[in-house]
Design a protein around this ligand. Structure first.
Ligand SMILES: N[C@@H](CCC[C@H](N)C(=O)O)C(=O)O
Length: 292
């Protein structure tokens, strides 16, 4: 790429978890962590909690083996430039982008991610449903701590790691905005996303989240799935045991997500996915950002 080329980007969000979208079908754009952090910078860049690098699976070394099952690879990066295995809100926005760009038809499609090939149901407009795979709940004793207080948490893996803590209320806005600590560190060698949860009613909870690599965000899709499954187990509900799906509405700061765990353990998430803007990077600025 030369500094005279115009490179397109888009901006999108899902329940206000926002992303810079960089279409790069042939995998020509090298995005080191420093470049991603500059693109996601809210003052000096475009701004986003994360970045969705849109590449054909066949053109990306991490996704080539999935190319027969899924044409497109979601190369997701956190806003600080780190790589994450999965992003649930990102997956809905990624699918909405593919339709917006005329790269897929509405209906059912498969998308490659670092957590494997995932299925998406995409209508022409409105909410998107994604099949997020199975939750894994190791029995580790985990504790999260913020503002001088600590809570036991449930370890849930949704392709990426989560610690889910049930708290009395979410009103300590200042405190909960701070970066929480977690332990024991060995349970999460690569860091963790931390959700604080309160009950809102039957099968209805609210959460706040601190994302690994992004800080407090207004929503986290994998986090909402982890919260729904952890809450179901706390409530004594397990679809694998009863054969009956269990659905929770999870309120986040940026809206609501509907999460259903099926008897085979698959977790489905339904929520909005919005393309907000399209543009091109100023070539000189982008060349500087990519150079690090
Ligand atoms: N916002 C995402 C999760 C993004 C990845 C996460 N920060 C991590 O490092 O695991 C979502 O909607 O799931």
């Amino acid at each position: 790429m030369t500094s005279t080329q115009r490179i397109a980007f888009l901006k999108g969000h899902g329940t206000e978890n926002d992303f810079v979208i960089v279409p790069d079908p042939d995998g020509r754009i090298d995005l080191p962590a420093t470049a991603v952090a500059r693109l996601c910078d809210r003052r000096a860049g475009v701004g986003g909690d994360g970045l969705l690098h849109v590449v054909r699976s066949a053109a990306h070394p991490e996704a080539r083996a999935m190319a027969d099952d899924a044409e497109w690879f979601m190369d997701y990066r956190n806003g600080d430039g780190t790589i994450a295995e999965m992003c649930g809100n990102g997956l809905r926005v990624f699918a909405r982008y593919l339709l917006h760009a005329g790269l897929v038809e509405a209906g059912d499609l498969a998308i490659a991610t670092r957590a494997g090939v995932l299925r998406v149901h995409l209508a022409k407009t409105g909410d998107v449903t994604v099949s997020m795979g199975r939750a894994v709940l190791p029995e580790d004793g985990v504790v999260v701590e913020v503002g001088g207080r600590s809570w036991p948490a449930r370890n849930v893996n949704m392709g990426n790691p989560h610690a889910v803590a049930f708290v009395e209320d979410l009103a300590h806005a200042g405190e909960l905005r701070e970066q929480p600590e977690f332990g024991p560190a060995a349970v999460y060698p690569d860091g963790v996303n931390i959700e604080f949860v309160v009950d809102r009613g039957p099968r209805h909870v609210a959460m706040r989240v601190h994302e690994r690599g992004a800080g407090e965000t207004r929503s986290c899709g994998t986090g909402a799935c982890a919260v729904a499954v952890a809450t179901a187990r706390r409530d004594g509900l397990d679809p694998a045991a009863t054969g009956t799906p269990v659905t929770y509405v999870v309120d986040v700061l940026g809206g609501s997500l509907t999460i259903t765990e099926l008897p085979d353990g698959t977790v489905e998430m339904t929520g909005p996915a919005v393309i907000v803007a399209e543009g091109t990077f100023a070539p000189e600025w982008l060349a500087g950002a990519l150079a690090g």
